[in-house]
Design a protein around this ligand. Structure first.
Ligand SMILES: *[C@@H]1O[C@H](CO)[C@@H](O)[C@H](O)[C@H]1NC(C)=O
Ligand SMILES: *[C@@H]1O[C@H](CO)[C@@H](O)[C@H](O)[C@H]1NC(C)=O
Ligand SMILES: *[C@@H]1O[C@H](CO)[C@@H](O)[C@H](O)[C@H]1NC(C)=O
Ligand SMILES: *[C@@H]1O[C@H](CO)[C@@H](O)[C@H](O)[C@H]1NC(C)=O
Ligand SMILES: *[C@@H]1O[C@H](CO)[C@@H](O)[C@H](O)[C@H]1NC(C)=O
Ligand SMILES: *[C@@H]1O[C@H](CO)[C@@H](O)[C@H](O)[C@H]1NC(C)=O
Ligand SMILES: *[C@@H]1O[C@H](CO)[C@@H](O)[C@H](O)[C@H]1NC(C)=O
Length: 919
């Protein structure tokens, strides 16, 4: 014996080396080394994973304190007690998918704590009581897919076992022993075995297994049930007979042996039960069955009254069948049924007519709460289809084709008028139109699902009439043919969730006032994928409770452009409580400074797939709660702290890959430093997806390759450079200013000094005597106004100098002007359009006047506007701005006559003569 074993081992290792050599020859050394390297177990938290390693033995070099060992998918032929002895703490041992032919009795002996043992898919043949003698602590034993031959009371030592799987063993009998054993068993799997008969005493070994609840006999071709065969299993609750080909007759027999047992759940899937007759389940009337699964049976016909025996049934599953007709007697007697699952139970085939759901078919189901008609097809829904479902709270007709659902009118669902339906699912029902009041009788409806249809209409608001309790309307994926109006949601102010993704026409949101203004309770609004280019600033006005806003895949870039006509549109200013905002794929290339103001609760912001490049400082500064920040696939080159420090301070996840980063000190240094330091933020793909685009030296390298050291040396030079260039530029600017605007600077300066020090000409000029109080500059056409309105004000204390009247005889005109201005305390401009156009005034007089003002260091210009003249034109022609003067020196000629005395008063104040007047 030793010889052969040695021999075997030798030939094995020879095998392995051969394989290695072949591998070297064919694939090169790299691959073979890799496969060799794998030959080590993965140990983590006391659990060793040694699966898929082609092991011939349990490894001997694992940590001694492991409690779980997985040696599945190897080439073990036995588990030697000597090898597992090294791991006395083992609780779980998985040796499935090996070639073990015998369970060594020493295994349990050396592993007293062992609780679960998996020997599925091995070669175990003879199994004796002796082999399991020490396995008293096992709770879970899987012996499926072996070649078991049981001898004697094999399992009698397993006092703690709760789960036993002996499926796929070609067992010829369900009888695993003669004496009562397995007292704690809960679940027994006997499926895929070869017996066809259940004898009266087959389960007598389970006589004392009072905890046994679940028995699996799937794929056992049972033909005969001897009377009372399930009696020994007093606690049996769940019986699984899926895929056991029995036929209707055998099922009736099965039911009779289940009669009077505690059976609760019966699974009869894929048994090819083509028809149910009104006697098939007769014998189940003496049970309390609550759950019956008949799915996948290719069932065509259910005779009237087939279920009349199952008055306690609560759940009936009949998915994936081929029913042709439901009648008002099909479900007769199911008076406790709460859930009826008919997914794909009625299907139209191309060469057969549509199945029929007769009127009142569901009437017997007065307790039914959930009716699932998903993926079904039937001729039509009438005014009585759902009559009698007085407890129904959920109706799911998604992905079904009913001609009557294409256009929903106030008749279509009228049969639900007495049902307290809370959730109605009409996803994918080819719906094209909803008429007014179609849901008006569903007063308890809270959730309405209308996604994936072809709804094409202007929502006027009357469609949702009567939905007093509605909270969620889902209308996404409707092929962008829905149009809105200002009153679309007037009848559903209780709405919390509204999705309109990929459903709206591009112009649907052009409404003013906004269609959403009634929805003050709205939490979630989805307007994504609509190609919307235009929304109004007040679109979200009043939506104080909005938490989630989805606007991705639209075309909103223009709204945030500074060049937008009328300025950027701040459409988020009404929703300060937003938590999640999605703005991906909108073509945004700028974000105005105030676009995200006040969103202090925002935790999730997505801006990926836009064209964002340089972002304004502080644009994200209010986003102090941000946790998830997505900016991938933009054109971001620099990541500066002025923009990103605050939003990135508390992040959980940052996604910013696929941007053309500029890997220079000023652009990226702060970011790479942040990335290196952060340990709370996860940045997926940091190694491979964050690449430098510029400069050339870093092109296509990870930004994490950027060396921060290169920046440190730069700092002093940088400062020097900035300093010197600033100096040069300011010199140039000063020189230019002095050259071209010297007098003006001087003027401003003097006025500033005068104002700050509080001089007024009245005091400064105390000692100096003026001949005139004001020199009046006006244009030719305004002469008459001056004569009519100004000259009469003159008296012994107030004199104006008028050019025509007071020019000094014998002097040239120019000299006379200069002279007279010097003799005047103030210079008064009568501003009209014609003054601005008068070349003589503009050139010489004005220049002279200002020169005079500057030379005399006086704040002494008074403007009297006879017409409204724009400040810009004023500064172009007269080099004056209103703002340069005290407000009391700028006067407007009043339109109303009664204000003329007030004007005079003001004029005198402006001329600095108030004191005298008040005396
Ligand atoms: C079962 O485990 C306990 C420790 O939990 C041990 O004392 C006992 O000997 C074990 N029983 C068997 C039959 O190995
Ligand atoms: C079963 O149906 C047949 C006719 O198809 C009828 O005569 C018989 O009374 C029905 N049995 C029960 C129990 O409903
Ligand atoms: C069914 O339940 C009722 C009470 O709910 C009980 O009296 C009856 O014994 C149960 N029947 C069976 C067969 O367990
Ligand atoms: C259904 O709509 C029609 C008009 O389309 C109207 O005449 C009728 O009164 C409505 N019926 C109910 C029950 O609202
Ligand atoms: C709707 O729900 C209320 C309780 O919220 C209930 O009183 C009322 O009867 C329900 N309506 C219908 C038609 O069942
Ligand atoms: C929707 O309203 C517009 C005008 O607001 C109209 O031109 C259009 O025909 C309407 N469409 C439908 C389907 O009623
Ligand atoms: C933000 O959330 C807090 C608490 O969750 C709340 O009190 C506050 O009103 C919310 N809104 C703003 C703008 O802070």
């Amino acid at each position: 014996l030793h010889w052969t074993q040695l021999n075997m081992c030798a030939s094995r290792s020879c095998h392995v080396s051969w394989a290695l050599i072949m591998c070297y020859l064919m694939m090169g050394p790299k691959h073979c080394l890799a496969s060799e390297k794998q030959n080590s177990c993965h140990v983590l938290d006391g659990q060793a994973d040694c699966s898929h390693l082609s092991l011939g033995e349990v490894p001997l070099d694992l940590p001694r304190n492991i409690f779980s060992l997985d040696v599945s998918h190897n080439r073990l032929v036995r588990i030697s007690p000597a090898s597992v002895e090294l791991y006395p703490g083992l609780i779980h041992l998985d040796a499935s998918y090996n070639s073990i032919s015998k369970l060594d009795k020493g295994v349990c002996q050396t592993l007293p704590l062992l609780q679960t043992l998996n020997l599925k898919h091995n070669q175990v043949h003879l199994l004796k009581k002796e082999d399991l003698r020490h396995c008293g602590n096992l709770t879970w034993l899987n012996m499926a897919s072996n070649r078991l031959k049981l001898q004697g009371e094999t399992f009698s030592a397993l006092q703690s076992l709760k789960f036993l799987d002996v499926s796929k063993n070609q067992l010829q009998s369900a009888k695993l022993g003669s004496e009562p054993q397995l007292p704690r068993l809960v679940k027994l799997n006997l499926g895929f075995n070869d017996f066809t008969v259940l004898k009266r005493d087959d389960f007598s070994f389970l006589n004392q297994s009072s905890f046994l609840q679940i028995l699996n006999l799937s794929s056992v071709s049972l033909q005969t049930f001897e009377a009372g065969c399930f009696k020994p299993i007093s606690g049996l609750r769940t019986l699984i007979l899926d895929e056991s080909k029995m036929g209707t007759l055998v099922i009736s027999k099965l039911c009779s042996v289940l009669s009077g047992t505690a059976i609760d759940v019966l699974s009869l899937k894929k048994m090819n039960l083509i028809t149910l007759t009104n006697t098939t389940f007769t014998e189940l009337k003496k049970t309390n069955l609550t759950f019956l699964d008949l799915s996948g049976n290719d069932m065509r016909k259910i005779e009237d009254g087939s279920f009349q025996w199952l008055s306690r049934l609560q759940t009936l599953i009949m998915s994936d069948n081929n029913l042709k007709r439901l009648t008002k007697n099909t479900f007769r007697g199911l008076k406790s049924l709460k859930k009826l699952q008919l997914t794909k139970a009625l299907v139209k085939h191309h060469n057969s007519p549509n199945p029929i759901i007769e009127d009142f078919s569901f009437q017997p189901l007065s307790a039914l709460e959930s009716l699932i008609l998903k993926n079904t097809s039937a001729q039509e829904i009438t005014e009585n289809t759902f009559t009698g479902l007085t407890s129904l709270t959920e109706l799911d007709m998604s992905w079904s084709s009913y001609a009557s659902l294409k256009i929903i009118t106030n008749k279509t669902l009228i049969s639900l008028a007495d049902s307290p339906v809370r959730k109605l699912n009409l996803i994918g029902t080819s719906l094209t139109q909803i008429h007014n009041g179609s849901f008006s009788f569903l007063r308890n409806l809270t959730v309405l699902l209308l996604d994936h249809n072809f709804i094409k209409q202007n929502l006027t608001g009357r469609e949702f009439e009567g939905l007093d309790n509605i909270q969620e309307i889902y209308m996404s994926y409707n092929y962008q043919l829905v149009n809105l109006s200002s009153r679309s949601f007037v009848n559903v102010p209780s709405l919390r969730v509204l999705t309109l993704g990929k459903s709206l026409k591009a112009e649907a949101l052009n409404q003013d006032p906004s269609p959403f203004r009634f929805l003050t309770n709205l939490n979630i609004l989805d307007l994504s994928n609509n190609n919307i280019a235009n929304i109004k600033e007040n679109m979200l006005e009043g939506l104080m409770n909005l938490k989630v806003l989805k606007l991705q895949h639209n075309n909103l870039a223009r709204l945030w452009k500074s060049a937008n006509l009328g300025g950027p549109v701040f459409f988020l200013k009404h929703t300060p409580n937003l938590i999640n905002l999605q703005l991906d794929s909108n073509g945004f290339d700028e974000i105005p400074l105030d676009a995200l103001r006040g969103l202090t609760n925002l935790t999730e912001l997505s801006l990926s797939n836009n064209l964002l490049n340089s972002l304004k400082d502080a644009v994200f500064d209010d986003l102090t709660s941000l946790r998830f920040f997505r900016l991938q696939k933009n054109l971001i080159t620099t990541v500066r702290p002025e923009v990103f420090k605050i939003p990135m301070s508390n992040l959980t996840v940052l996604v910013m890959d696929k941007n053309p980063f500029d890997c220079t000190c000023e652009s990226i240094l702060w970011f790479t430093t942040w990335l290196n330091k952060t340990n709370t933020t996860s940045v997926p793909g940091l190694k491979d997806e964050y690449m430098c685009n510029t400069p050339l030296a870093y092109f296509n390298r990870s930004i994490m390759d950027f060396s921060p050291l290169s920046c440190k040396d730069m700092t002093p030079f940088q400062a020097l450079f900035i300093l010197s260039s600033t100096a040069v530029i300011s010199l140039i600017v000063t020189a230019l200013l002095v050259r071209f605007h010297g007098w003006r600077i001087q003027f401003y300066w003097i006025i500033l000094i005068n104002r700050t020090l509080g001089y007024s000409d009245a005091t400064v000029e105390e000692g100096r005597e003026f001949e005139y109080d004001a020199y009046v500059i006006h244009s030719e056409p305004d002469t008459s106004w001056v004569e009519r309105r100004l000259v009469p004000l003159e008296n012994e204390r107030c004199r104006f100098c008028l050019e025509d009247r007071d020019s000094i005889i014998g002097m040239s005109q120019l000299e006379s002007i200069v002279d007279n201005m010097k003799k005047s305390r103030k210079i008064l401009f009568v501003v009209t359009e014609s003054l601005l156009k008068d070349p003589w005034c503009r050139r010489f007089k004005v220049y002279q006047a200002l020169h005079q003002v500057i030379e005399a260091s006086r704040d002494s210009v008074v403007l009297v506007f006879l017409q409204d003249v724009h400040d810009y034109r004023l500064s172009r022609s007269l080099f004056l701005r209103r703002g340069m003067l005290r407000s009391c020196c700028v006067l407007d000629w009043p339109v109303h006559k009664e204000r003329i005395p007030a004007f005079h008063q003001k004029l005198l104040i402006a001329l600095g003569m108030t004191n005298r007047l008040q005396e």
